[in-house]
Design a protein around this ligand. Structure first.
Ligand code: HPA
Length: 246
């Protein structure tokens, strides 16, 4: 098996079924990653786990050093990444606690360090990003979900906002018109950086709440935590089934 990494987001700061082998604390040419890279075994296979927001959870999405995280994984020999992230649900199918395997991204972020090819040390480089998520990894995730009997949406467009504030109802309306099914804050530049370094990248999006304006009330942390509890338990099962398939 080629080396696999799992990047855990809000609600998945650690993988409880991971048998830990070692911790690697790296410094990179781009600064410090979010946390130690943890090598361990899941379903008897080696994986590297990284807590995207740090452990404890202290880094807001706009403060994450995405370049250091992706560079560090590449340095450790990782070739495929499964990124887990909490999101808001925009379209009808994306109900709280549900899981989607997104196939597209629209990027609304700004002022993030979003490329490795940023200065005169590199030739001008435009990576192809037609399909931001690896079709091969996505197919394996979808097959694993069927095997583990976990209901998922096999396609979704993820709109990535800057945060850390949540969106206005009008912003969500616009995102829906744009074709977004989900709203989150971390897919970009993470997905593009993985592509720049030639790594396969796919995501498990766990719906934590209805996006702004999609329900009458305000979005509360208590609601998010409750939905993530259910969604992340299913995600852990999905990951175990996925590892047995690849
Ligand atoms: N918006 C953006 N990011 C999110 C949300 C949301 O509603 N819920 C979880 N992550």
């Amino acid at each position: 098996m080629t080396k696999l990494a799992i990047i855990g987001g809000t609600g998945l700061a650690q993988l409880s079924d991971l048998t830990i082998i070692k911790h690697d604390r790296l410094t990179t040419p781009y600064g410090s990653p979010s946390a130690d890279f943890i090598t361990g075994e899941l379903s008897q296979k080696e994986v590297i786990f990284l807590a995207r927001h740090g452990n404890p959870h202290i880094l807001a999405p706009h403060r994450i050093n995405y370049r250091a995280n992706i560079w560090g994984l590449k340095h450790l020999g990782v070739e495929q990444i499964i990124a887990v992230a909490a999101v808001g649900g925009i379209t009808a199918e994306m109900v709280p606690a549900h899981i989607a395997i997104p196939d597209h991204i629209i990027d609304y972020t700004h002022n993030r360090k979003h490329t490795f090819f940023e200065d005169e040390n590199y030739p001008v480089t435009h990576i192809d990003f037609t399909h931001p998520y690896s079709p091969r990894l996505r197919s394996a995730l979808i097959a694993a979900a069927a095997k583990a009997n976990i209901k998922i949406s096999p396609t979704a467009t993820y709109g990535c906002t800057q945060g850390p504030r949540l969106e206005t109802a009008a912003e969500i309306k616009r995102m829906e018109r744009d074709g977004c099914d989900l709203v989150g804050m971390t897919a970009m530049p993470e997905a593009a950086l993985a592509k720049e370094l030639g790594m396969d990248y796919a995501a498990i999006s766990v719906i934590a709440n209805w996006a702004a304006g999609k329900t009458a009330g305000e979005i509360t942390i208590a609601e998010i935590e409750q939905n993530l509890h259910v969604g992340m338990a299913n995600t852990a099962e999905l990951l175990k089934a996925f590892i047995l398939l690849i």
